[in-house]
Design a protein around this ligand. Structure first.
Ligand code: PMP
Length: 427
């Protein structure tokens, strides 16, 4: 595989950008080697600047659920941009987006648009603290909620693969207000709430953990957290930046039938443009400025072109059977990968939710962060490169979930499984 142009670009980038990238996991630090530079993308495929083609299971880390460069999304962007890129006054597409989110997501009566998942989670905990008058928050080991100061405590994938449990620059006075729990441990949560429940403003969780690979909630676990939060007057915050509009149209809260008090979103609602959102019960969201005293703002928030891309994507995923079909594709892929590993005698396990999956180089089951960490990451890294050489791009970290889109058809999955048989055999 020729990588001359990517190599040259990475050398230049490394002089100018920290690690040569604008977001750490892109640098291939944990898998080794150098990243490739994208030239374009179409459907399930990424094409690099050297002309190599990859079946893409990253999908820009989630937004491309309908495939790259979908004609309806591009048409909406083109139409909208002709009227101007940003107005700084309200526009109709913001209203349409809010109506869509409130219609689709069970726990959202009001929303506020922002520009990233990080902004969404930062704002949601500000609302939790402002509305409850409490300071402490609870998060889970292995969960990532963006790079806000309060969240860089046992924060999963990017932080974990770089071996940074916390980050310099985060004042301990703030980090101390973040309590962490092991995901899927019922008793640990009960105990913490028994001890300090009346000091907790909110508990934030990835309902399906996509930043420690892909860990599903044990039966009744999310209900347990819902009950604890209600009992102790803490707000339950679902970070659905990854799971929202993916694991079901209404996200994990629809899939598991649980109403959080607040939810955060990103990725899919921007259709590939920089977008995030947070929302929840009217009584909470109406405390946000200017209708209430909790301040949060954004120069480019609700950007018309971004709203157009997001609305076009939301229209595509509301086609009848979209999520059932995504789920079926995910199972075909994961069943095929497990069969290929078995043939090659490789200890391997997958976890799945509709449109997302985790790969583990160990036997199952994987139900906790400790289980996920016990995956053989050196083996994953060899497999990652074996697949890359064969034209399949997996997430460049053993602790990031993979994503399937509606553009991953039979041909792309068959191609992937053929590559996997060879890559497993070469391990
Ligand atoms: N929450 C979750 C669950 C995420 O996966 C991410 C990013 N992968 C974020 C928040 C942060 O979003 P962003 O990168 O858009 O700031």
């Amino acid at each position: 595989m020729n990588n001359a142009r990517s190599h040259e670009l990475f050398a230049r980038a490394s002089q100018l950008l920290p690690g040569g990238v604008n977001s750490p996991v892109r640098a291939f630090k944990s898998v080794g080697g150098e990243p490739f530079f994208a030239a374009r993308a179409q459907g399930a495929y990424l094409y690099d600047v050297d002309g190599n083609r990859y079946v893409d299971y990253v999908g820009s880390w989630g937004p491309m659920i309908a495939g790259h460069a979908h004609p309806q999304v591009l048409a909406a962007v083109e139409r909208t941009m002709r009227d101007g890129l940003s107005f700084g006054v309200p526009n109709a597409l913001e209203v349409a987006m809010a109506e869509e989110i409130v219609k689709i997501v069970p726990g959202c009566e009001m929303v506020r648009m922002v520009n990233s998942g990080t902004e969404a989670t930062l704002s949601a905990i500000r609302v939790a603290r402002g509305a409850t008058g409490r300071s402490r928050i609870v998060k889970f080991e292995g969960c990532y909620h963006g790079h806000g100061d309060s969240f860089l405590v046992k924060a999963g994938s990017g932080v974990m693969t770089l071996g940074l449990p916390n980050s310099p620059g985060v004042p301990s006075a703030l980090a101390d207000l973040t309590l962490t729990l092991p995901y899927n441990d019922f008793d640990a949560a009960t105990k913490l709430f028994d001890e300090v429940g009346d000091e907790i403003a909110g508990l934030i969780i990835e309902p399906i953990v996509g930043n420690a690979n892909c860990i599903l909630p044990r039966e009744g676990y999310l209900q347990h957290l819902r009950a604890l939060c209600s009992k102790h007057g803490a707000l339950l915050i679902f970070d659905e930046v990854m799971t929202g509009f993916r694991v079901a149209l209404g996200g994990a809260q629809a899939l598991y039938g649980i109403e959080p008090d607040l939810s955060t979103f990103g990725k899919i609602i921007g259709g590939g443009m920089p977008v995030g959102a947070y929302g929840g019960r009217r009584e909470l969201m109406s405390q946000v400025a200017p209708s209430g005293p909790i301040y949060q703002a954004g120069t480019l928030s609700g950007n018309p072109v971004a709203m157009a891309a997001g609305l076009a994507t939301l229209a595509l995923i509301q086609a009848p059977g979209f999520h059932a079909d995504l789920d079926r594709r995910t199972h075909v892929l994961c069943d095929g990968l497990e069969a290929a590993a078995r043939e090659a005698g490789v200890a391997f396990h997958t976890t799945r939710a509709p449109g997302m999956f985790g790969l583990y180089f160990r036997e199952g089951p994987v139900e906790t962060f400790e289980d996920a960490k016990a995956s053989d990451t050196a083996r994953f890294n060899r497999f990652f490169h074996g697949m890359l050489e064969r034209g399949v791009y997996l997430a460049p970290s053993a602790f990031e979930a993979g994503f399937v889109s509606s553009a991953h058809g039979e041909a792309e999955i068959a191609y992937t499984l053929e590559a996997a048989r060879a890559a497993f055999a070469a391990l």
